[in-house]
Design a protein around this ligand. Structure first.
Ligand code: PBG
Length: 330
């Protein structure tokens, strides 16, 4: 025989042996379930592009979280649809705002760990992730005013901490957002509330279903002037480095599946826990294919999340969390 077959990897692939040498296991405790709370409705509203998900009224937020808890998932991230929107996004930091009310109820009435998304796009009538100013070229276009937005993000984070949030997750890709939020939280007596930064958030076409769900699509233009170019890796490392310097406790990469290389590099380079957001488009793709009988939903969802973990993510935010948890180890 020409080739050496003393090493035969197939020997360990037999049933009864393959589990012993399995390198990665997905646990229910790795997963975070997104929840949509809607102040404009008094009944649950299905989200057509995200089958199995719905917007729930504030009064049902705890009931919704109890459903998630009964699946074995212990952590939720809350997104809010406010009763009204304006140019400044003022409902984002209102003490009686949708996320604040829901967080207060969930943290007092359930055992869930609550993370809140800190951003303005669901609260501004223009749908951008901050307050606007004319672009530097003065050609009539508007862009997010970076530094004035930082103060608002700090106020939003403090209002979430006041409501009992266990961790805040800024997602606006504003330069300096982690440092500004850290300072504001510390100043308000919340030095122990951690920040999970959406550190490398790409300007992705995979957010479409979420923007339907949270009613957060930009009314004009796009988010290219603040979210990252999908072509860039070095820039992701720089974004993450800046967030680490500013005090980020958990580093999130978003989306997940098309960016496994980024997850893996960030995990290798930094000691902080890495989170990955398996976004709405990643969920919708598998749902649509499964709906046509082209893919096995549970198997393809499990393989997707396992791959994200194998790439280096410690925490995974996913719309599949609740569905997969009952078949996962704790
Ligand atoms: C808010 C925010 C978005 C998502 C999470 N937080 C939307 C966006 O940036 O347009 C997307 C999540 C998903 O697609 O599942 N800035």
């Amino acid at each position: 025989m020409e080739h050496d077959l003393t090493r035969r990897p197939r020997r360990l692939r037999r049933d009864g042996l393959r589990n012993l040498v399995s390198e990665t296991t997905l646990h229910a405790s790795d997963l975070i379930a997104p929840i949509f709370v809607d102040a404009t409705t008094d009944e649950r509203v299905a989200i057509p592009s995200m089958p199995g998900h719905e917007r729930v009224p504030v009064e049902e937020a705890t009931a919704r979280v109890e459903e998630v808890l009964s699946s074995g998932i212990e952590t939720v991230i809350i997104f809010g649809i406010p009763a009204s929107k304006d140019a400044e996004g003022t409902r984002a930091w209102a003490d009686d705002g949708v996320v604040q009310r829901a967080t207060r109820a969930i943290t007092t009435e359930t055992t869930a760990t609550v993370i809140t998304d800190v951003c303005m796009c669901e609260y501004t009538d223009h749908g951008h992730c901050g307050i606007l100013e004319p672009d530097a070229r003065n050609d009539g276009t508007l862009t997010v005013a970076n530094d004035p937005t930082l103060d608002r993000l700090g106020e939003i984070a403090v209002s979430h901490a006041d409501a009992g949030a266990d961790m805040v997750a800024p997602s606006s890709m504003t330069d300096g957002m982690v440092g500004a939020i850290r300072d504001t939280l510390d100043g308000a007596g919340y030095a122990s509330v951690p920040i999970m930064s959406y550190a490398a958030k790409y300007e992705s076409s995979f957010y479409g279903p979420f923007r339907d769900a949270a009613d957060g699509a930009p009314a004009f233009g796009d988010r290219r002037h603040y979210q990252m170019d999908p072509a860039n890796t070095t820039e992701a490392l720089e974004e993450v480095r800046l967030d680490v310097e500013q005090g980020a406790d958990v580093l999130m990469i978003k989306p997940a599946l098309p960016y496994l290389d980024i997850i893996s590099e960030i995990d290798a380079e930094f000691s902080q826990p890495v989170a990955a957001y398996n976004v709405s488009g990643e969920y919708a793709m598998l749902q649509a294919a499964a709906d046509r009988g082209w893919l096995d939903l549970e198997a393809s969802a499990h393989e997707s999340l396992l791959s994200i973990k194998r790439a280096g993510a410690d925490l995974i935010l996913s719309y599949f969390a609740e569905q997969l948890a009952p078949s996962l180890p704790a």
